[in-house]
Design a protein around this ligand. Sequence first.
Ligand code: FAD
Length: 404
Amino acid sequence: SDTIVILGAGQAGAQLADSLRREGHEGPIVLVGEEADPPYQRPPLSKTFLMDTFDEARLPLRPDAFYTDRKIDLRTGVTALSINRTGKTVALSDGSTLPYDKLVIATGTRVRTPPIPGIDGDRVYPLRTLSDSRAIKSALTGASHVVVIGGGFIGLETASAARTMGKSVTVLEAMDRLMQRAVSAPVSAFFDALHRDKGVDLVYGVRVANLNREGRSVEVELDDGRVFIADMVILGAGVIPNQEIAEAAGITCSNGIDADDYATTSDPDIYAIGDVSFHPNALRGRRLRLESVQNATDQARALAKTLTGTPTPYTAVPWFWSDQYDVKLQMAGLSDGFDTHVERRQPGSDAFSIFYFLDGKLIGADSVNAPADHMAARRILAQAEPALTPEEAADPAFDLKTRM
Ligand code: FAD
């Protein structure tokens, strides 16, 4: 039976190897990962792991024995260098060449480093990997003043962890509101108030012009001339997809590796899943790249079915979460481009959800400490009928279950 080679031993790669065995694939599975650590979960790395309330022993996605028991050939600390599509082989950094029948690219993303003079020096920390998070955790111990570049999920989660640990924290955001790419203005406003209330200094509409080392501190100089002095700087300015290996092999890429509903790339024997895949979204009728555990695992599960003989398109409803202080934000669907939004809130409660509609149809919901709304939204989004109206969503007495 086919040899399946998976490049990238992260959330998507590990899930695919697991699901392939569950679906009955009996041929060789080789899982190649650049990092030294076996596949692990990233979400705690910007949250509880930094605060030392999440033990490192709980990070691995599967126990070590899992890979040996299921005859999954896990090769950690090895980088895939290039793909030879004619010979159907992959060249690895350990000098070996791997033959494949089917190749899956699950190389994820890496931290985007904005072109700021001084950004590559000491005391500036990107956050993507376990080793990044270990370095931040250790630097936080001795730090008093932390500057975070970027008010997206990673930036705000680390800001929340650092503030909870008693550090003084400044978040620098280029846009005029928080998490602008993912949530609507009312949700940004809620998190603005939350972080300010906790004592975080939020600065909007600015770009960092320079990072100067001054003794043991970093002077963070903004384009408007303001200067912040920090013991450490955390980079949360977004990511870029690791698509170069596909590009170099002549596979079509744009914002990620272009893939169809079945994760197939422009080469019929090569697939792309997880953060690196630029794929069609059934709900919104366009291609996008998603950066979430849900997307990585659901794409991997669908592809495992396809590779074991049951062609299965990826149609799952996107969902995502973020923890900041004691607030859980949960997102269902994709809210960008909505034309109507309504708030749903039980009388007297701090918890709430915003439901988003386009042309009268529900397209997404953001829930703040309202997990039941989130679960209901996911189920309603997964089906065509019965439709939920904005009036029903806004009425706290309306039972969402009747639309599930
Ligand atoms: P990854 O998990 O990044 O795995 C890709 C792997 O491929 C990496 O290990 C990389 O080293 C390896 N690789 C790259 N190039 C090569 C190569 N040439 N050869 C070999 N190996 C290679 N999502 C949520 O849904 N909720 C959250 O709360 C959340 N929090 C997060 C917090 C942090 C700090 C981070 C970094 C991410 C968070 N995410 C969260 C996002 C989530 O972790 C990602 O969407 C998910 O890991 C994507 O899985 P992936 O397999 O596509 O990529």
